[in-house]
Write a protein that binds this ligand. Structure first.
Ligand code: FES
Length: 376
C-alpha cells in the first residue's frame, strides 16, 4: 500500500448517492488521478470522513469500503464506495441520507484498518449482522475474483429482506461463483420460504448451526463484523467449537453503551487494559508525552484527565483519529516508552497489544514519561 500521511484528509467529490434500503445509501467518491495511490486500499479497510457542523464543530465517522479492492500493480481506485446506514441521531448518516448529493464535496482520510483478507487460496467464512456486510462484501468479491482456489461462506443476519443492504451485490456473487460462494441468510423478524427459520443468530444458535454449514476446522479465516453482541456471540461460538483465536478476525460497528472489551474479549464495564511493563496503580501528578508523527516529533505536558490523543491533538491537529471511542483503530500508535492505561479497546487484536500498540484516544499515562510513535 502506498504511504499515506497519517490523518491527512483530502476533499473528494461525491460521484453518486444511491439508495440501498429505506434507511441506507451507497455513497461513491471520485478519486482524482493524482490521489489514486493515496487511496489504494486492501479488501476490508475503511475510510474516515470529516464534516464541519453548523456551529463550527467537527464530526468524523468511519465507513467501510464495499467494492472490490484494486489488485497489486493495477492503478489505484478511481472511486471509493461506502455503505451508510441511518443511525438514530447520527449526524453524518442523517446528512448522508437526507442532504448529500452527487457533486458535493466531502473530506476523506486515506484508507486504514486491519480487518483485511489479502486474497489467497483457502476456505474462508464470515458472520455479519446488518451493515457489517460492507467490508465483507469487499473481502469476498475481491477474494473470489482474484483467487480461483478460494471459497467463501457468508452467514448474514438482518431484520427483514427489505432492510438488507447490498442484497443484489451478494446475489450477484452467488451467480458468478456458484461453486465457490455459499450464502446463508438469517432474518430475525421475517419468515423465509427457503433457508433458516426466523430468529437472531446468537451464540447458542451459531454453535449448533456452524458445523452443519461448513467444515469448521478447515476454515482458514473467520471474519466477524457487525454489532457488538453478534460479534461477541459468534466469537464465543467459534472458540467453543475449537477455532483458534488467530483464525478469528473481528470488527465491531456498534457498541452498546456500558460494554467494555479488552483485547478482543468482553470484560466487565470499567475494566481497563494496561500496556507496557508492570505499571503502578494511578496516574502520576505530571506527565509528558513525546510523539512521533509523520517523521516529526514533539513533547508536551499532559493535562489532568486528558487522553494522550487529546494532548497530541492540541499540538498536532493532524494526529489521526476518527471515533475517539476505542472502536475504529485510527489512532493506533506504538508505545515506545512508559506505561499507559487504556479505558476500552474494541479495535486492537491481542497480538497488537502484545507487540506494544495502544489506542491513543483511550490511553492515559501511568508514568511521568510516555512516548508514542504513530508511524509504527
Ligand atoms: S479514534 Fe477510533 S479507536 Fe481511537
Amino acid at each position: 500500500m502506498a504511504a499515506a500521511r497519517h490523518g491527512a484528509f483530502h476533499p473528494l467529490r461525491v460521484a453518486s448517492v444511491d439508495p440501498l434500503t429505506d434507511d441506507s445509501v451507497a455513497v461513491a467518491f471520485a478519486v482524482p488521478p493524482e490521489l489514486r495511490e493515496t487511496y489504494r486500499y486492501a479488501p476490508g479497510q475503511h475510510i474516515a470522513v470529516r464534516r464541519t457542523t453548523r456551529d463550527g464543530g467537527e464530526i468524523r465517522r468511519t465507513y467501510s469500503l464495499c467494492a472490490p479492492a484494486p489488485a497489486p500493480g493495477a492503478p489505484g481506485p478511481a472511486e471509493l464506495k461506502v455503505g451508510v446506514r441511518l443511525v438514530d441521531g447520527g449526524e453524518f448518516s442523517t446528512y448522508a441520507l437526507k442532504e448529500l448529493a452527487a457533486g458535493d464535496t466531502v473530506e476523506v482520510m486515506a484508507p486504514a484498518g486491519r480487518f483485511v483478507l489479502e486474497p489467497r487460496a483457502g476456505h474462508f467464512a464470515a458472520i455479519v449482522g446488518g451493515s457489517g456486510i460492507t467490508p465483507v462484501l469487499s473481502i469476498a468479491s475481491t477474494l473470489l475474483a482474484r483467487e480461483p482456489e478460494a471459497r467463501f461462506c457468508l452467514i448474514r443476519s438482518d431484520r427483514t429482506t427489505a432492510s438488507t443492504m447490498f442484497l443484489e451485490e451478494v446475489a450477484d456473487l452467488k451467480d458468478r461463483f456458484p461453486d465457490r460462494f455459499q450464502l446463508v441468510h438469517a432474518l430475525s423478524r421475517e419468515e423465509q420460504q427457503a433457508g433458516l427459520p426466523s430468529g437472531r443468530l446468537d451464540e447458542e444458535r451459531l454453535a449448533r448451526l456452524l458445523p452443519a454449514l461448513v467444515p469448521v476446522e478447515e476454515i482458514s479465516g473467520w471474519f466477524l463484523c457487525g454489532p457488538f453482541g453478534l460479534v461477541r456471540g459468534a466469537e464465543r461460538a467459534l472458540r467453543g467449537l475449537g477455532v483458534g483465536r488467530e483464525r478469528i478476525h473481528q470488527e465491531i460497528f456498534h457498541v452498546e453503551s456500558g460494554a467494555v472489551a479488552e483485547s478482543g474479549a468482553a470484560v466487565e464495564p470499567g475494566a481497563a487494559v494496561e500496556s507496557g511493563r508492570a505499571a503502578p496503580a494511578g496516574s502520576p501528578a505530571h506527565s509528558t508525552v513525546t510523539a512521533q508523527l509523520d517523521g516529526r516529533g514533539g513533547s508536551w505536558p499532559v493535562r489532568d484527565g486528558e487522553t494522550l490523543l487529546e494532548t497530541v491533538l492540541r499540538n498536532r491537529p493532524d494526529a489521526p483519529y476518527a471515533c475517539k471511542g476505542g472502536v475504529c483503530g485510527t489512532c493506533r500508535a506504538f508505545l515506545v516508552r512508559g506505561e499507559v492505561r487504556m479505558e476500552r479497546n474494541f479495535a486492537l487484536e491481542p497480538e497488537e497489544i502484545e507487540s506494544g500498540h495502544v489506542l491513543a484516544c483511550q490511553s492515559h499515562p501511568l508514568t511521568e514519561e510516555v512516548e508514542l510513535d504513530f508511524d509504527r
